[in-house]
Design a protein around this ligand. Structure first.
Ligand SMILES: [Zn+2]
Length: 411
């Protein structure tokens, strides 16, 4: 089995060779074992051997998240090792599976990415996220919350007491926290790296975090459905795309990804909804893994009467992603998609696309929880057949139309 710490120093040619071998295996497997892909090959009048490398992949049709939702034709149930849910900026949920092998590769990719920013398990790690993003293990402090102004002081006090060596968390959460520290002259010593996750990172956020926490940001991009991931190394010249895990195609700026390992639920030419740019330059660290810029769909931020609400927190709430303590029975599968639109005057329009099996109880619980997350806002719930697309054909799941309020918060 591949060792990611060794392979990071391979030549570019060796990465390509490795990808082609894995690609042949995964395509052959999918054609012979996964009905949905057998159909795709047949419809395109192709056999696995017709696709030898990344340049041939265009012959196969693209696979969408919507196609894969609740579709057993994409799954080999015998190989399911781990069950996961998409979250972050996607706005709609996909329940998906890892095989034992792809679970192992996922862990290797993360371990290498974290090692680049100095983190190894056992070092003191503080995580700022929602219940879904909590991290287990020793020396870990999970700070779960929506970071409203009321509880910021308490969270910062906990952080000071914990003396973290590494910080990980949602971009907006870490940004809000760092801004608070700067505004209130709170200083930290001993933090070695900041690892912002799940949401797009903007330059102004990076700057505020680096000043607020007194150390460097190491950007991380990771989309486990499809296996696309990229991490910033110690040279800080872009993110290295992890070629050992997946093949990423860039088509008009969109990311199309083929997971090279997952046989429980293969992702072949999967449109994960994110954007990619290949930077076309070498990194001074010497690694040949290409430098990219990878971003999720642009997210606005909703601002409640107590301050900005983490987009990941809202999205996880909307599609019912819950912490490990609650179990799968609480997965809010009745709602396919939730869109949040803020109008001036603290009005929150919530557009819900329901699945057939959605119950009134689910909607009631959803509304009740939302009142806690967005206190003081007028919440209007609407039921739609689909979320309308913008002119460019994209869907935005969090939109803030109160531009004056955004300005007040410097966003
Ligand atoms: Zn590098």
């Amino acid at each position: 089995m591949i060792d990611f710490n060794e392979s990071q120093w391979w030549s570019y040619e060796r990465f390509i060779e490795f990808q082609n071998i894995r690609l042949a295996e995964i395509l052959d497997y999918a054609y012979n074992n996964i009905p949905a892909y057998k159909n795709k090959f047949d419809e395109a009048k192709l056999k696995p051997a017709d696709i030898k490398n990344k340049d041939d992949l265009y012959k196969l049709p693209i696979t969408t998240r919507e196609e894969m939702q609740n579709n057993p034709d994409f799954v080999n149930a015998e190989l399911i090792y781990d069950t996961l849910y998409t979250g972050g900026s996607t706005g709609s949920s996909l329940k998906y599976y890892d095989s034992e092998e792809s679970r192992y590769i996922r862990a290797q990719a993360h371990a290498r990415g974290w090692l680049w920013n100095g983190y190894t398990q056992g070092k003191r790690l503080a995580v700022v996220s929602s219940a879904q993003g909590t991290v287990g293990g020793p020396n870990t402090l999970n700070l779960v919350g929506d970071l409203s102004t009321g509880n910021l002081k308490e969270i910062v006090e906990k952080l000071i007491e914990f003396k973290p060596q590494h910080l990980r968390g949602y971009v907006s959460s870490l940004y809000i926290l760092a801004k608070y520290c700067l505004d209130n002259s709170v200083t930290f010593a001993g933090i070695e790296s900041i690892d912002p996750i799940s949401e797009n990172l903007y330059d102004y956020q990076r700057e505020v975090m680096e000043r607020g926490f007194g150390c460097r940001v190491f950007e991380e991009y990771c989309c486990n459905d499809g296996g696309a991931c990229a991490w910033e190394c110690e040279a800080h010249e872009g993110l290295h795309y992890f070629m050992e895990r997946a093949i990423i195609e860039e088509i008009d700026g969109e990311m199309i990804v083929t997971d090279l390992w997952n046989k429980a639920m293969p992702f072949i030419r999967y449109r994960n909804g994110d954007a990619i740019v290949f930077l076309g330059k070498n990194c001074s660290c010497g690694r040949q893994l290409p430098l990219v810029q990878a971003k999720g769909r642009t997210n606005d931020i909703i601002i409640g009467k107590n301050g900005p609400i983490s987009p990941s927190f809202l999205v996880h709430h909307g599609i019912g992603l819950v912490g490990p303590d609650r179990g799968e029975s609480h997965f809010r599968s009745g709602m396919r998609t939730v869109q949040y639109i803020q109008k001036p005057g603290y009005i929150l329009e919530v557009n819900i696309v329901k699945n057939d099996w959605c119950t009134d109880t689910e909607i009631t619980e959803f509304r009740r929880d939302l009142n806690t997350i967005a206190p003081g806002m007028q919440i209007n719930v609407n039921f739609l057949h689909d979320i309308p697309t913008t002119i460019s054909g994209k869907r935005s799941f969090i939109i803030n139309e109160d531009k004056e309020l955004l300005k007040t918060w410097g966003l």
